[in-house]
Design a protein around this ligand. Structure first.
Ligand code: ARG
Length: 463
């Protein structure tokens, strides 16, 4: 049986079966049903408001759409690939259900402004849900930061032990990255929350529509200024996916550190058993798969961004069917980053620290060398000369297998006579972190204040 389409009136021959299968999007876009129905209800109410529909017609249409929503949510709706997409499936069912009046819903509208509206509603909701997940992850980081404010670990540059830092400070670095992700989402939301409806196919419509009225019903801040742009623009989707790619890139970096720390080579942390897996061949293995998968899934989110940019490049105005390809990357990016944030929180909550192991590495790596150089500067030596003196002492330490703090005063004075017995205060790890006592520094006293400020910033997210 050839497929009958809602638009087939103009055609002499029915659609080719392969083309029908190729062009349908129902398996992907049915997920927009709630937004499609909300958009249609607002459109019908707007049409009644400007008297293109009677109040009675509008009520019948709205009632029909609401019962379709119930049907879909009860799993009783039969989605038909013949009807191509979510828009035509719902409209056909409406006509089925309420008869002739259902045919009036599409007055002054096109699927082009309809789908753009659906996508903006979906993206807006996704941003709000992602912002909550980001905030929850940040709150989990603050719990760890607070518990580990005084815990000393080696800080790294080039993955070489560099200077001691506090674990709380490290958690707050992650917190900052997520703060920017949150801000990016909020900023993107401003450009998402603009109503395309009313643009119709591309040029607007000849009905006396009231776009501000529909915008208010749907919670949009403003109406799109230009109808051609309104139906073709997908910047808002690109921006969201760019923000998710950046967020995944952050999670990937956190996970890379977790993987390193959990390795027996570092031995800084132990991950919770229920979040790890074993090996089918090596009985001793406990693998950090969750962290590895988050790192790996960053690839598909970054891929989604490239996919969307490529879908849009070279599209002439206005709507082109290319735009139908926006959905899978957007949905996949949002789903992936959402589940990744959820399991990442679990990872954080189930992470146990081996504080002695971190201390040992911090101790063994000459990580207070900069502190010694700063000490020499305070004794009147120029920094470059101080750097040279300490480098010589580090070489001595490597030869004699001693950390700077384990050297005798005379050994130290052998390289620099300005060194006095008070030097040992700056050579301890605690002395080193406590000395970095300014805004943004790693001193526990500063970290405690930073945590307080961070809590206030989190609380202000809801304002
Ligand atoms: N399924 C289409 C999409 O997702 C809806 C718009 C179709 N418009 C058209 N003129 N064929 O973009």
């Amino acid at each position: 049986m050839p497929e009958e389409k809602p638009w087939s009136g103009r055609f002499a021959r029915p659609i080719d079966a392969a083309v029908a299968a190729f062009t349908t999007s129902i398996d992907v876009d049915r997920r927009l049903y709630a937004y499609d129905i909300a958009g249609s209800i607002a459109h019908a109410r707007m049409l009644a408001h400007v008297k293109v529909l009677s109040e009675k017609e509008c009520d019948t249409i709205v009632g029909g759409l609401e019962s379709i929503r119930t049907e879909i949510e009860a799993g009783k709706f039969s989605w038909e690939s013949r009807l191509e997409d979510v828009h035509m499936n719902i409209e056909a069912r409406l006509i089925d259900q309420i008869g002739e009046v259902g045919k009036k819903l599409h007055t002054g509208r096109s699927r082009n402004d309809q789908v753009a509206t659906d996508m903006r509603l979906y993206v807006r909701d996704s941003i709000d849900a992602l912002c909550q997940r980001i905030a929850r992850t940040q709150a989990a980081l603050l719990v760890v930061a607070e518990r580990e404010t005084d815990t000393i670990m080696p800080g790294f540059t080039h993955l070489q032990a560099a200077q001691p830092v506090t674990f709380g400070h490290h958690m707050l670095a992650w917190f900052e990255m997520l703060s920017r992700d949150h801000a990016r989402m909020k900023d993107c939301r401003k450009r998402v929350n603009i109503l395309p409806l009313g643009a119709a196919a591309l040029a607007g419509t000849s009905y006396p529509i009231d776009r501000e009225y529909a915008a208010r019903l749907l919670g949009f801040d403003e109406v799109a200024e230009n109808s051609l742009d309104a139906v073709s623009d997908r910047d808002f989707a690109i921006e969201l996916v760019a923000a998710t790619a950046q967020l995944m890139t952050h999670l990937s970096r956190f996970c890379e550190e977790i993987i390193l720390w959990a390795s027996s080579v570092f031995g800084f942390i132990e991950l919770s058993d229920d979040l790890c897996t074993g090996s089918s061949i090596m009985p001793q293995k406990k693998n950090p798969d969750v962290a590895e998968l988050i790192r790996g899934k960053t690839g598909r989110v970054n891929g989604a961004l490239v996919a969307l940019l490529t879908v849009m490049k070279a599209q002439p105005l206005a709507y082109n069917r290319d735009n139908q390809e926006d959905k899978e990357p957007v949905f996949d990016a949002v789903d992936t980053v959402s589940t990744s944030l959820d399991v990442f929180v679990a990872l954080l909550e189930g992470m146990e620290l081996d504080r002695d192991a971190m201390l040992r590495v911090a101790q063994d790596g000459f990580t207070t060398a900069t502190d010694l150089a700063d000490y020499l500067v305070r004794k009147g030596i120029a920094f470059r000369d101080a750097h040279e003196i300490v480098a010589n002492l580090v070489r001595l330490g490597m030869d004699t297998d001693k950390d700077l703090s384990q050297m005798s005063l005379s050994e130290l004075q052998g390289r620099c006579k300005e060194i006095e017995s008070d030097v040992f205060d700056v050579l301890t790890l605690e002395g080193s972190v406590n000395a970095r006592n300014h805004v943004g520094g790693t001193a526990p006293a500063q970290v405690r204040q930073a945590i307080q400020r961070a809590r206030k910033r989190l609380a202000a997210y809801d304002d």
